[in-house]
Design a protein around this ligand. Sequence first.
Ligand SMILES: [Zn+2]
Length: 425
Amino acid sequence: MDDNLKTICFLIALIGILFTPCAVADNSVLTTNINAQYNVDPDEETVHVVKEILFTNSNSDTKFMRGYYSNYNYYLPSSAKNIVAYDTEREVVFRENAAGYHTFYFNHKVWYENNYKFYIAYDLEISRNTATFYLNEQGKNTAVTIEVPSDFDTHIGRDDYVLDTKKYSNVYSFEKGKEWTRSCVVNSVRPTERLTLQGTAELRERDVGIEVNYWEGEEEWAQRTLDTTLKSLPILEKTWNVPFPEKYNISITQASIDETQGYGGFNSGRKGIWMLHSSSEEILIHELAHYWTRDCNFEQIWLDEGYADLYTYITLNELDPEKADARKDRFIQKYNNMKGDYDLPLDQWITPESIDSISENEVNFGYKKAFVLTYEIYQTIGLEQMQSSNMDLVQSIDPVTNEEYIDIVSSSTSENMTFAKDFIY
Ligand SMILES: [Zn+2]
């Protein structure tokens, strides 16, 4: 080995010692700029997604080691269909490694200070008049645009976009530099004349007419909504041990997020139930349970909502025990996760008229805490004792206060109910 070569080897070793640990620990040496476009195409019942990905190798390690990059890992949602990838010359091969995680194999080696541009395209399924989908983006180097036909009302989970109103479409743009940390929902509907599907629930004291109002193209939603209603009402009646309390029939209307004021659904009594078009059957059962909770004349929101969610659990447990358990576990876990930041006594919990991104967490926590308490009461005293206290609750004419509630439940059981006070006060 001559002297020059020795010096070079020594320098390489030194550089390796000095710089390698830093470079390994620092992912910022790679930059990926992403340009994501979401195009809502109701005629095709599809959102076409195209992501232009510009990968830049700025990892100086690869300069010394003659290293290069030749693939890229990227997450795609499980709902993505017809996935293709290509660069300006030809197809880019890819493979799914774990759920959603795809590796894309570049058609060129990307040496230090070089870059590689390619495209990933896929489709998301929507309906003719409703679209609910998620923007799955990460980091700060992403620009996002969403193009929606102008006859759709669109609501996006974050509002720091610029809206460009064109002749036939609305374009929502998030410029590069904004931080993307979690998936963001887009809710978009084309309000058209509603159609109606009818059914009858045979309940203890009378037959109750059910009317489901829905947008054209949402026949499946309407049928599912009617079926869940017809199955749930008799279970709610049986488990409350109180006949359906209202004199009027039930109407359920498929609604936009503006119409539900940000909620998944709400029950406005005689005027019917308004359901966000993307809401689950669990929310529908919750709204149906409110026919009974409102009859109890609860003074406190936590009782109204806690009982609605408890009876959603009990009903779902008969229809689909796995789903009921999963929902219960999710609620309890969410309560424990949020407790540190949002805890407050339940007697101070209020829900706002409408939900925005600031009030969302407080509202969410209140629901979870109310459920955790009512579920614990149910576990402590059992269904039969709950039914006997339900009789007292529905017979009350004045609003039932926290104290009266504890008295009523305590009188139906020999169990110690002091734990409830720790949640309420
Ligand atoms: Zn509710």
